[in-house]
Design a protein around this ligand. Structure first.
Ligand SMILES: Nc1ncnc2c1ncn2[C@@H]1O[C@H](COP(=O)(O)OP(=O)(O)O)[C@@H](O)[C@H]1O
Ligand SMILES: [Mg+2]
Length: 324
């Protein structure tokens, strides 16, 4: 048994350093050890698995680099979000759409081999704080790929005049490194900025659409916007899927707060809170629940009271009205 523990440690170490040669050397040793113990079926099985995975092209086997390098590093930030589909609260149709994308991406080989293209170009639209960025994170997490986030508005102001060539760098990465690429604040391209910018924005939008058309289905391109109205309707057709987000229903609002509060929410009568939650976004509700929980804890209570929530939610409402 001590032998196997050492083997496992060696496997983990070689995995962490990306040392393929020693990883397979250790795996082969394990197979040999099993063979000596008389476990011939297991040994043979192991050897076959090792051979098969060695034969796979490196790009698909090795977890890709954690952080983008070179030109790309200035344009995107990479993360590995830890948020799953279970955490996303929304109407069943919305959750089905997200689930569908995950399933198609998981089975993309089967689809592509038969000439079908998995959904990989998504437009997410709806009010702030309703789960658009979160959905991009969920997709990355569920597919075990990095989330690459770009902010178009900063891309445009930072690289004025060369945004189109920067976009090429990003879409090259889309083809080379499987990931979720989130173009947040997508409306920066369609919005009516100061009149000077409009021509430039149009040009960038057009090159974005050309790149989008050709985008590799190995990655997912997600465009997110809070401002549906200012986007050209024709734009919607360029995406495989348009997902529309909205403010939560009373039931969804309760689910969001319950998830955030966990056992602290025991005993809350959610139906009595529907007036307090109306009109607030998911993000507002999370923040309100957090504020209420802190109040309760600082008072020495292990549970949140309905009053804590009512007060905290009213404060959120005042804050978000102040923002609009
Ligand atoms: N649909 C949702 N379900 C659960 N939590 C949500 C949802 N939408 C937003 N949240 C919470 O609010 C935070 C901010 O939401 P985000 O996805 O950034 O909103 P958006 O991108 O639509 O403005 C999330 O990290 C999450 O904690
Ligand atoms: Mg967002």
């Amino acid at each position: 048994m001590a032998g196997s523990a050492d083997h496992i440690k060696a496997l983990v170490r070689s995995h962490a350093t990306g040392d393929d040669a020693s990883f397979y050397a250790v795996a082969t040793q394990i197979a040999a050890q099993e063979a000596r113990k008389g476990h011939t079926r297991l040994a043979k099985d192991l050897k076959q698995t090792i051979e098969a995975s060695r034969a796979e092209p490196v790009a698909r086997r090795v977890t890709p680099i954690a952080q983008p390098r070179g030109d790309l590093a200035d344009l995107v930030s990479a993360s590995f979000p830890d948020v799953s589909l279970r955490d996303l609260v929304g109407p069943p149709e919305l959750l089905d759409q997200v689930r569908q994308v995950i399933t198609e991406q998981r089975q993309r080989r089967t689809l592509l081999d038969r000439g079908f293209v998995p959904a990989h170009r998504l437009l997410l639209e709806g009010p702030p704080g309703t789960g658009k960025t979160m959905t991009a994170a969920v997709l990355a997490h569920e597919l075990s790929v990095p989330l690459m986030t770009l902010r178009l508005d900063s891309l445009m102001s930072k690289f004025l005049g060369e945004t189109a060539s920067k976009l090429r760098v990003v879409f090259d990465a889309v083809a080379q490194q499987r990931a979720v690429y989130l173009f947040d604040e997508f409306d920066a391209l369609g919005g009516d900025r100061s009149s000077n910018d409009v021509g430039e924005a149009r040009r960038i939008l057009n090159s974005f659409l050309v790149f989008l058309e050709e985008a590799s289905p190995e990655s997912i391109v997600v465009a997110a916007t809070n401002h549906r109205a200012i986007l050209d309707r024709a734009l919607f057709r360029r995406f495989d899927l348009v997902i529309t987000y909205g403010l939560p229903t009373a039931k969804e609002a309760a689910a969001v707060m319950r998830a955030r509060l966990g056992p602290m929410a025991k005993g809350i009568r959610w139906s009595a809170l529907s007036k307090a939650t109306a009109g607030l976004s998911h993000a507002d509700l999370v923040k309100g629940a957090e504020a209420a929980a802190k109040q309760a804890l600082m008072r020495g209570d292990e549970r949140v009271g309905a009053d804590d929530l009512t007060v905290a939610l009213a404060a959120r409402r005042a804050a978000s009205v102040g923002h609009a």
